[in-house]
Design a protein around this ligand. Structure first.
Ligand SMILES: Cc1cc2nc3c(=O)[nH]c(=O)nc-3n(C[C@H](O)[C@H](O)[C@H](O)COP(=O)(O)OP(=O)(O)OC[C@H]3O[C@@H](n4cnc5c(N)ncnc54)[C@H](O)[C@@H]3O)c2cc1C
Ligand SMILES: Cc1cc2nc3c(=O)[nH]c(=O)nc-3n(C[C@H](O)[C@H](O)[C@H](O)COP(=O)(O)O)c2cc1C
Length: 528
């Protein structure tokens, strides 16, 4: 999220210069992460929209460099970084160095970009390299006034997680045969771990031992062979597959490495540009084990296997507790991912680790991922509207407990949705009790399958459009959490509709109103 604010201010400064019509010598170093489905981070969207306007003036002397952050598990890898780089060049900007696209394991690509940028800066300033070292380029990127340094120093990070014991684990859904959502409470008592409502909890997952054993068996590898894992050193093959490497999902890179190693013609064909859709379909619901069965006897050297597999990455969970109300604990609300494909029962690595491979005494490696963009208003009297269907309710349970523990006087409104009230009404007793004593001013529920036609949270917003509008006019903050692919888009479109209808605005004016909400830090989204 830090990158997002960094880029926003750089673009703002470019924009200001253009509007003032006084472009001087300017340099912009941009670190651009991609969110949603190949989209800019929320905070950057208004600036990017401006850059993309038809008559945005050309730069006369902008020199820039873009580092794109992404994750190759996503279909649109580093798309926003690529788009931004192209847009700035198309507007007349001069590249200080070529853009580099970084995957989750970004050390090597970041170092490559840093060196290229450093070289370019040295050339431009004609400064001897001893006065401007690559390390200082990091400073350029991170030191800009846009970054608010954290007051807390994280004692536990993804590289040094805290082992938190599970103190509570229970289902929140009733018909767990069709859908299981868990409430998990982890103890952080006596530790240096601290968080604020709105933060996420990072969890370092572990793969399923049964799957690891099947892979080892299929490859005829001994579990004890030693292999080298970058940054972690020498570990046994079994530990590498359990703790360090992603085995349950395929990526284009993995398929490509495997195809080359085994000269698998069918896989090679899939990797051609014309077959992109077939490749997407192939990787969508397969993992390493499928490659091993479909194209056996390809990997003979354990080091080749390690080289072709991406790193197993931490998973994030919005924290559903409040430090003020749940002292010494972190709560999370986890939907367990299970599906069947190609004659095999499969599961998400981390969510099934919670469900199937951890118990009351298990210790989970965790760290806090602060989310400064997703905070309760400082003024406790300001009303808040929270839209959180499914596990999107998690941070709002935290917000509500926090507000109550701190005696905040502002009105609270929650929109919650799921499939059915009988089986999927998460935190039902707590929410209804908060509603009953009027602490929760409004609770609007959308159970999509409880009537003949589907009802979603955005339908409930529209039904209550005049009241949503009046809360917004009274200064309410609006929060959205949960599914990024559909829900957040539909809710955003509904917000625009409400502003148009209730505020009597045309599409452009409604867009400006929503942009202003974002600029005033009153429209927050935590979507995944
Ligand atoms: C900021 C943030 C906050 C989050 N908060 C929460 C939260 O509060 N609660 C929560 O539950 N999750 C939350 N998530 C999501 C969470 O981090 C994990 O992504 C999620 O739990 C799945 O992880 P996993 O390891 O179980 O599954 P993975 O091993 O990552 O597997 C998931 C993948 O499996 C594949 N897949 C899933 N279903 C199917 C299917 N039917 N067919 C084929 N393939 C399929 C897809 O490729 C999918 O990406 C959050 C994510 C972010 C980024
Ligand atoms: C909800 C969500 C959606 C994402 N979508 C994409 C995507 O479409 N393409 C991509 O390359 N990376 C995607 N990513 C990965 C991020 O770009 C990546 O984690 C990046 O390192 C985030 O950097 P930041 O934390 O500095 O913003 C997504 C991440 C999240 C949490």
């Amino acid at each position: 999220m830090g990158a997002a604010s960094c880029i926003a201010v750089w673009l703002a400064s470019i924009q200001t210069e253009r509007t003032a019509g006084s472009v001087g010598e300017r340099y912009a170093v941009l670190i651009a992460s991609t969110y949603g489905e190949g989209d800019p981070p929320d905070a950057v969207q208004p600036f990017y929209n401006q850059l993309c306007m038809e008559h945005f003036p050309r730069f006369k002397s902008l020199s820039f460099a873009v580092l794109a952050l992404g994750d190759s598990n996503y279909e649109h890898f580093c798309k926003f970084g690529r788009d931004l780089d192209e847009k700035l060049a198309a507007l007349g900007g001069f590249r200080l160095c070529e853009r580099v696209d970084c995957d989750v394991d970004l050390d090597a690509s970041f170092a490559q970009w840093k060196v290229a940028l450093h070289r370019s800066i040295v050339e431009i300033t004609a400064a001897p390299s001893t006065t401007c070292k690559p390390e200082e380029v990091t400073g350029v990127v991170a030191s800009s006034s846009v970054q608010t340094p954290s007051k807390r120093t994280a004692a536990h990070t993804r590289d040094n997680p805290f082992l938190a014991p599970i103190v509570d684990k229970r289902p929140l859904t009733r018909d767990v045969s069709t859908k299981l959502t868990l409430h998990l409470a982890l103890s952080i008592a006596g530790s240096e771990v601290s968080y604020e409502s709105g933060d996420a909890c990072g969890v370092i997952p572990q793969n399923d031992l049964r799957l690891v054993e099947e892979i080892l068996h299929k490859l005829k590898f001994s579990p004890d062979i030693s292999v080298q894992i970058p940054k972690s050193g020498t570990v046994s093959m079994q530990v590498a597959l359990l703790d360090h490497l992603q085995i349950t999902r395929l990526t284009r890179k993995m398929v490509s490495a495997y195809a080359t190693m085994g000269r698998c013609q069918h896989l090679m064909d899939l990797l051609t540009l014309e077959q992109q859709q077939n490749l997407d379909a192939y990787v969508w619901d397969r993992g390493l084990i499928d490659l091993l069965y479909e194209y056996p006897e390809v990997v003979r050297d354990p080091a080749d296997l390690v080289a072709m597999l991406p790193k197993l990455t931490p998973r994030l969970y919005s924290i559903s507790s409040s430090p003020a109300a749940h002292y010494g604990e972190i709560h999370t609300t986890v939907a367990v991912v299970r599906y069947r494909s190609h004659n095999r029962e499969r599961g998400g690595v981390c969510s099934t680790m919670f469900a199937d491979r951890s118990h009351a005494d298990s210790h989970l490696p965790i760290y806090i991922q602060p989310n400064k963009k997703f905070r309760l208003p400082q003024d406790g009297a300001r009303p808040i509207i929270m839209i959180g269907p499914g596990t999107g309710v998690a941070p709002f349970r935290g917000f509500l407990h926090e507000h109550r523990a701190l005696g905040a006087t502002g009105k609270n409104w929650l929109f919650f949705g799921e499939r059915s009230a009988a089986s999927d009404y998460l935190y039902r007793e707590e929410l209804e009790s908060m509603r009953k004593d009027n602490f929760l001013t409004r609770l609007d529920l959308a159970f999509s399958r409880d009537q003949g036609h589907k009802v979603y949270v955005q339908d409930k917003m529209l039904e209550n459009a005049p009241t949503v509008w009046s809360w917004l006019q009274d200064g309410a903050n609006l929060y959205v959490c949960g599914d990024a692919s559909r829900m957040a888009k539909d809710v955003d479109a509904t917000l625009h509709t409400i502003v148009e209808q209730q505020g009597g605005m045309n599409t452009d004016a409604a867009q400006e109103y929503v942009d202003a909400l974002k600029d005033q830090h009153r429209y927050h989204r935590d979507v995944y």
